[in-house]
Design a protein around this ligand. Structure first.
Ligand code: MG
Ligand code: ZN
Length: 215
């Protein structure tokens, strides 16, 4: 019985997600689902791309509470909607559908959705994204792909952040890469430090390519 209810919930979520993708297609727009642990650099990822990508950018900020990140992003002149889940640990497509209605996006836009910070359940919920991005920081350690394979397996791009501290904290990059390779072949990975700007040009190129390949 419980299994049936869960299936219904996931099916309804999936239907809405597909509806969102058709809408995005009509609008020639691309939506990125940005996931990762709290403090991995999800907001920094978004703020680093604002003004560096030649498209209209909109942001949907998911947090359990507060509007700290949304304020940060809105202060850069980007239209932002804050979603507070009030405890729920992932976003669902219904919420994104409502947020997109409210944003009234122009044609040819990019929408970044910052999901709730954790490496578990956001992986199970399609929010109508075109691409999934996992921000994974060196500071979290090199064992994360082994511990949260589902999140990494479903990622279209892994952004390995905080590389400026990798050596200091003894981050074993080879072990991290081995973990990723165990999950899937040819994982799309970009190393960055949002603090120093290391890898940023490469990241911008990668995002631009992902957007272009959609149309
Ligand atoms: Mg954030
Ligand atoms: Zn959750």
């Amino acid at each position: 019985m419980e299994i049936k209810i869960l299936k219904d919930i996931l099916q309804r979520n999936e239907d809405r997600a597909n509806q969102i993708r058709s809408f995005l297609n009509e609008k020639k727009s691309v939506l990125f689902n940005v996931m990762g642990s709290p403090g991995a650099g999800k907001t920094s990822f978004i703020t680093s791309l604002i003004n560096r990508i030649d498209k209209n950018i909109y942001v949907i900020e998911g947090d359990v509470a507060s509007s700290i990140d949304a304020q940060k992003i809105a202060s850069l002149g980007v239209k932002t909607i804050q979603i507070n889940t009030g405890g729920a640990c992932h976003l669902v497509s219904e919420t994104i559908f409502d947020a997109l209605n409210e944003l009234k996006i122009d044609e040819g836009s990019i929408i970044f959705v910052e999901n709730i910070g954790n490496l578990i359940c956001p992986a199970s919920f399609d929010i109508g994204e075109n691409y999934r991005i996992v921000i994974s920081s060196a500071a979290e350690g090199d064992d994360k792909p082994y511990k949260y394979p589902d999140m990494f397996e479903k990622a279209d791009l892994v952004v390995l952040s905080k590389m400026d501290v990798a050596d200091i904290i003894g981050f074993d990059k080879q072990n991290y890469l081995n973990g990723l390779n165990m999950i899937k072949d040819n994982i799309n990975l970009v190393e960055v430090s949002f603090k120093t700007g290391y890898g940023l040009d490469n990241l911008i190129q990668t995002i631009n390519k992902m957007v272009e390949s959609k149309f």
